[in-house]
Design a protein around this ligand. Structure first.
Ligand code: SF4
Ligand code: SF4
Ligand code: ZN
Length: 589
């Protein structure tokens, strides 16, 4: 066992921090484990590998290498990159390749514009295969070997005196928006701040490794240290200029975010990078979430609760994936759509106006319930200008804004804080994560509100609706997060008193509200919940191809721009009735 790492083995005197981990806003222990490349689980999990490629940026980079190094035409370069991936047992989804081809074209056009903006003497035009690795080896004195490198495209001037790193993003890179390219739905301020710090650290680390790094090929094994390149290069004089460029592949635009001499890169690193690098290698309080699927501590981590069997699937050797009720719903609409969400390909018009209204209402209530007091919401606690208001990152205007404000008024009589004196712990939109070890799936859920009432947990989901539910609606099938809530309460994940625990569905209409209670202690209801979750998860779990299912969904599909099977709009049938569309916007990991 490795000291300080129960359940793990391997050397801990070797640390490696790349720009990706310095910018990842996930669990501190995940980052710390990742930063120790020789650390591995003491008992290796025997699981199958994914057949579909899940990292299209890798294919795009390989294609660009072929074009820039060997002058291959784009189509041939992409074919070669696909062949290379096939050699490693990975097959990219056809829609991901549409994105790769578009990204390659945008990148090349943007690179030409960027080149023209840089003074000829300062251009970095020669593609560099090696990584630039800044390292400090203190092992001789009982310390550690530190390696810092940047993941991006690397170029240098023919005389080696100018070095440039370009960091690629899937969508548009907006220097004012720190959230990066994942377009996630959880725009809480603390996360934004974290990502901003992450990006500053990423850029500082990139500048530092370019200024002081030694050229080194990717190690044969991840656990081995980088070794300096033996390839003879152009006579390398001192490095006089370093540049860090952020590139959005949606428009190819190259944004220079750092340019300066090595001394400036060092100052930048000391100011913005070094602290983050130290934090990246230090353990903290584990925070389970979707990232657990990629974490090498997964089998050793005590914070990740194992709940075998909650999906009703037995296949412990399956490739580990993440699932939520939302990702199940995306999959049931179209397997390809769910896969492209998982790849984080850019989405277009993701939220209808009514879905934005639903998000804004949720964000408003989240803020109202998350404050320090437990003041009940009243009819007066609605936006001051009902036809133009914002909550969190959601801004609504016009008819949907007015509707949303009325729905907030309808919440007043449903507010759980009218019974504040009976409530114990309250958690607003908590992220719950468990590992269904029987299916090898990380399952996540984010209830709108959890509260402890007389020692029993209550799981509340709020839905905004313009019209009443259709009579006879199967609530658990319509809103599978209710079914997942029933199961997690029944499994006593939250450890409250079993009697009295319940799931509440709060329905908010413009002129009224309703509350439906679901009892996880009722065997018939619980059996139906398990059936719903199994039926939603099982086809997804067995799927290794994500074949598109063209149909009416294509009309409003946010990833149709990448999908070669998208039905033409004229054939996709009528637009879905959006007036009642309260999407919860949960991310598909
Ligand atoms: S398994 Fe999850 S909670 Fe545990 S260290 Fe890894 S990411 Fe963090
Ligand atoms: S365009 Fe249609 S077929 Fe393609 S991913 Fe979207 S819903 Fe599926
Ligand atoms: Zn309230």
């Amino acid at each position: 066992m490795s000291a300080g790492w129960p359940g793990m083995t391997g050397a801990t005197d070797h640390v490696r921090v790349g720009t990706r981990s310095s910018g990842e806003g996930t669990c501190p222990d995940y980052l710390a484990a990742k930063a120790h490349p020789a650390l591995r689980p003491a008992t290796a999990a025997r699981t199958r590998k994914e057949k579909l490629d899940t990292f299209p940026l890798g294919i795009l980079n390989a294609a660009l290498d072929e074009i820039e190094r060997n002058g291959a035409p784009t189509a041939q370069a992409v074919d070669l990159a696909v062949e290379e991936a096939a050699g490693e047992g990975k097959r990219p989804h056809p829609a991901a390749l549409t994105w790769v081809r578009a990204g390659v074209a945008q990148y090349l056009a943007g690179a030409a514009r960027h080149r023209d903006r840089v003074q000829p003497a300062d251009r970095a035009t020669v593609l560099v295969r090696d990584y630039w690795v800044a390292s400090e080896d203190r092992r001789a004195s009982g310390g550690r070997l530190w390696e810092m490198y940047a993941y991006g495209r690397r170029y240098e001037s023919p005389d080696g005196s100018v070095r440039e790193i370009r960091i690629l993003h899937y969508g548009i890179f907006d220097p004012r928006q720190p959230a990066g390219d994942r377009q996630d739905a959880q725009g809480q301020d603390s996360q934004e701040d974290h990502k901003l710090a992450g990006r500053a650290a990423q850029e500082a680390l990139a500048a530092y490794s370019a200024a002081f790094g030694v050229a080194a090929p990717w190690p044969r094994r991840w656990s081995e240290p980088f070794q300096p390149s033996r390839v003879l290069r152009a006579p390398a004089g001192p490095i006089r200029l370093v540049r860090v460029v952020q590139v959005g592949l949606a428009d190819g635009e190259h944004h220079v975010v750092f340019e300066g001499i090595p001394a400036k890169a060092k100052r930048e690193y000391e100011g913005n990078g070094a602290g983050q690098v130290r934090r990246a290698v230090t353990r903290g309080v584990p925070q389970p979430g979707g990232g657990c699927a990629q974490c090498k501590l997964r089998t050793a981590c005590e914070a990740l609760e194992p709940l075998p069997g909650i999906l009703g699937i037995t296949d412990p050797g399956a490739p580990v994936r993440t699932w939520s009720a939302a990702s199940g719903r995306y999959y049931s609409r179209c397997p390809a759509q769910a896969h492209l969400y998982r790849l984080h390909l850019p989405r277009d018009r993701e939220y209808s106006e009514s879905a934005k209204r639903g998000q804004a209402v949720h964000a408003w209530l989240g803020q109202a319930h998350g404050g320090p007091g437990r003041t009940p919401c009243t009819m007066r606690d609605i936006p001051a200008s009902p036809d133009d208001w914002s909550a969190g990152r959601w801004h609504v205007t016009g008819e949907e804004a007015r509707r949303g404000a009325l729905m907030l008024g309808s919440h007043a009589e449903m507010c759980p804080f009218h019974r504040a004196s009976q409530l114990g712990e309250v958690r607003v939109e908590p992220l719950l994560t468990v590992h269904d070890t029987a299916a090898n799936v990380i399952v996540t859920a984010r209830p709108d509100l959890l509260y402890l009432e007389d020692g029993s947990w209550v799981w509340r989901e709020t839905k905004t609706k313009a019209r009443p539910l259709r009579p006879g609606t199967d609530l658990l099938a319509e809103y599978p997060q209710l079914a997942l809530g029933m199961i997690l309460l029944a499994e006593n994940l939250l450890e409250g008193k079993p009697a009295g625990r319940r799931v509440e569905l709060e329905l908010l209409y413009p002129d009224s509200s309703d509350m439906i209670l679901l009892d996880p202690n009722d065997h018939a209801h619980l059996a139906r919940a398990r059936e719903v979750i199994h039926d939603l998860a099982a086809p997804w779990h067995a799927d290794e191809t994500a074949v598109p299912r063209p149909g009416p969904e294509c009309r409003s599909c946010p990833v149709r721009q990448w999908c070669p099977d998208a039905l033409p709009l004229a054939d996709a049938g009528p637009a879905p009735d959006e007036a009642d569309d309260d999407e919860d916007g949960e991310e598909c990991e």
